[in-house]
Ligand binder design. Sequence first.
Ligand code: ATP
Length: 324
Amino acid sequence: MTAVTQEAGAPFGAAPPSGEDAIVTHGLTKRFRGGQVAVDALDLAVPRGSVFGFLGPNGSGKTTTIRMLLGLVAPTAGEYAVLGLPLAQALPRVGALVEGPAFYPYLSGAANLLRFDSADPTAPRGTARRRIAEALERVGLSAAAGKRYRNYSLGMRQRLAIAAALLGPRELLVLDEPTNGLDPQGTREVRALVKEIAADGTTVFVSSHLLAEVEQMCTHAAIMRTGKLVAQGTIASLSGGLVARVRVETPDVADAARVLGTLGLTDVRPGGLEVTAELGGHAPEQINAALVGEGVAVRGLAVVRPSLEDVFVGLTGEGFDVDG
Ligand SMILES: Nc1ncnc2c1ncn2[C@@H]1O[C@H](COP(=O)(O)OP(=O)(O)OP(=O)(O)O)[C@@H](O)[C@H]1O
């Protein structure tokens, strides 16, 4: 664990068992000069093998946290461990994309990666070509390896940036807002790539201000608000505290409410032209069949599952789009 109160890079406890968390922080805090607390006593646990979404509105402290984890910014207080190792030993096993790397527009993707690789004094020269070919292969750019960077699409450019972070075997990939500024196609490419990389066994820690993106792409998430952790856990456990509801659109509101009650659904709420109720363990198709069987005119039936946005609103009383 790298602690502010002890020598930087000191390990946390004994050598980690293989199941240990990829990232752990305790009370991690960053106060900038001028008094701004960007990260406030953060306790984070990122399980190995997870795709961990670090979610928060702009200014909530995501980039500052990532910069601390990578040793780019010194914490004011608290401690952290990356891969259970002293930071100097951990970093060669960590690929990171924090600010997009500067690529030369007139060089090919492969030539740009070669420049990147050459700048790494720990990378053995003799195997550079193989490393680059493997990184390009991993991000699906083998066929475009010889194409000039300036002719790459936005998605290809970001995949090349991720390839630069994957030069060498990595146990952990840290991506700061990797879909920011991409077009829809590029966003799809990067999201798919993140899933592929995770499927190969690499832990991915990815920041985002997009709730839906984290819900789609990640197995776990931590939700930040103005430097503080609001909640963390698996995506299912985060929204598990909130229950799914069924919504029936019908002009026969009273009859529909009665049928839902008879079926054993709870918290039945009749409205203008709809009735909602907690779904519980009921199958939507059986609810529909029962309603129709009782002569209720069903215009629409939907299951409304709680989203991370509902979790955020439930925990903070605010919409997600608050600015830190
Ligand atoms: N070098 C700095 N000096 C002073 N304040 C800073 C510095 N860097 C960041 N901050 C402030 O710390 C807070 C958190 O910023 P940070 O960039 O970590 O948030 P973020 O969640 O990554 O947001 P974004 O997605 O907009 O980058 C913000 O209020 C920001 O203005």
